[in-house]
Ligand binder design. Structure first.
Ligand SMILES: NC(=O)c1ccc[n+]([C@@H]2O[C@H](COP(=O)([O-])OP(=O)(O)OC[C@H]3O[C@@H](n4cnc5c(N)ncnc54)[C@H](OP(=O)(O)O)[C@@H]3O)[C@@H](O)[C@H]2O)c1
Length: 396
């Protein structure tokens, strides 16, 4: 006879254990703190990364303390943005600065503010509209009547992505202001720069040159106009080719010329940007973090203008205060030569280099119909002659 075995189940009676409950509570307590600490650490890590990223975006600061007391300086387009910050720092270091602006009232406001902040009284408000060759020549005539030397020229002024319009002389606005106006200005000031040798020229270009091509068939964008990728980028590429060509022409003169990209900077440069109000507000808010301040944007120009270690170095392109190699189309000397010759014709300067049957267009020329550029101080590259030459554009 077999007996059925019934399985026996043992149930533990729930016994109240005060120590276990305390341990559980303590664990839970530790859990909350653990979470809080974790959140705090993540917060700190995010903050540190954002701080580092912001520092990276702002770029290096020019920290050398060298002064330039009494040095004569011209900065174009300096009533606002990068130019204003450049003047502010140069004024702190004792320079005598000619502020070359197109709006005298805005220039005066900036000048007074900078005098207040630096106590440097040697700041002068001068009218210069780079969109008018006559204005450029008038500016130079007045400057030359006041100064016999020029230690530093900062070609900073610029416009970006405006609707197609023409300068007073009938040239496409961005090419005319960003390149041609500065081309004439620099050429007319070369004698004063050589007089002050060693002296410097700083050209503020842009990384936008990477998108640019010199359109030989349509330099003035008459057939096709692209606001940013077309005309602006072309004008900024022209700034670089101008720098390369000029540095070659100035070899041995003691005058150096370098160009730079200032970074992506929170300034008024995007004033022609068209978008709904809310899009602009969003961009402005993001720009507070993701773009350089104007002060940070001025640092590369300042290094090129001030750094004693760059004495004698010429024809280079800088970004974030570092020298950068140029893409092939930005160091094409054949294009640079062509652009130089074309620009001479457009602004009405005689050719600087001998050409086949070089034409003599004004009194400021050598025996072979060219202007001397390199050579010792006072070589008279720009000369005193400021009469406007009418150029027949159809024949060029
Ligand atoms: N901001 C950036 O992210 C950035 C990036 C790359 C390169 N850049 C270059 O940096 C330079 C300075 O630009 P920014 O950002 O400081 O711009 P901004 O705040 O707009 O300042 C431009 C300056 O140029 C002046 N200007 C414009 N047209 C002129 C003319 N026809 N004659 C004389 N002056 C004229 C302006 O005068 P008004 O105030 O009277 O118009 C202003 O003082 C420009 O060459 C620009 O191409 C800027």
């Amino acid at each position: 006879m077999s007996e059925a075995v019934t399985p026996t189940t043992t149930t533990t009676p729930t016994v109240f254990d005060p120590t276990a409950e305390a341990a559980e509570k303590a664990l839970c307590f530790r859990g909350i703190w653990a979470w809080l600490v974790l959140i705090l650490l993540i917060g700190l890590a995010v903050f540190a990364v954002m701080w580092l990223l912001r520092k990276f975006i702002q770029g290096p600061v020019y920290r050398k303390k060298n002064r330039i007391d009494g040095k004569v300086v011209i900065v174009t387009g300096c009533n606002t943005g990068i130019g204003k910050e450049t003047v502010l720092e140069l004024a702190r270091r004792g320079a005598k600065i000619y502020m070359a602006c197109r709006d005298p009232a805005r220039c005066e406001a900036a000048r007074i503010e900078i005098i207040d902040r630096t106590q440097n009284q040697q700041l002068f408000n001068r009218s210069l509209d780079l969109g008018s060759l006559e204005s450029v020549r008038n500016f130079v005539a007045r400057f030359k009547a006041e100064e016999t030397r020029l230690d530093l020229l900062v070609n900073n002024a610029g416009i970006m992505a405006c609707p197609r319009s023409l300068t007073a002389d009938g040239y496409e606005q961005q090419f005319g202001v960003n390149h041609l106006g500065h081309f004439l200005l620099t050429n007319l000031l070369l004698d004063r720069l050589k007089q002050a040798s060693p002296s410097r020229i700083v050209v503020v270009s842009s990384a936008a040159h990477l998108f640019g091509r010199i359109n030989r068939e349509d330099l003035m964008s008459e057939r096709k106009y692209g606001k940013f990728f077309g005309a602006y980028s072309q004008s900024k590429l022209a700034n670089i080719l101008f720098t390369l060509k000029l540095s070659k022409l100035l070899q041995g003169s003691g005058v150096t010329v370098n160009c730079c990209h200032p970074g992506v900077v929170r300034t008024e440069l995007n004033r022609h940007f068209v978008a709904p109000g809310w899009v602009k507000s969003c961009i402005q808010t993001l720009a507070l973090y993701f773009m350089k301040s104007p002060q940070a944007g001025a640092q590369t120009s300042l290094r090129l203008a001030l750094d004693p270690s760059l004495e004698g170095s010429s024809g280079d392109y800088y970004s974030d205060s570092m020298r950068f190699p140029l893409v092939p189309w930005a160091r094409n000397m054949e294009t640079a030569d062509w652009l130089w010759r074309e620009s001479e014709k457009l602004v009405g300067l005689p050719p600087i280099e001998p050409q086949n049957g070089g034409v003599q267009q004004n009194g400021n020329v050598t025996g072979n119909g060219t202007r001397p550029v390199a050579g010792g101080a006072g070589g008279g590259g720009g000369g005193e002659s400021i009469e406007t030459v009418v150029v027949d554009r159809t024949s060029s």
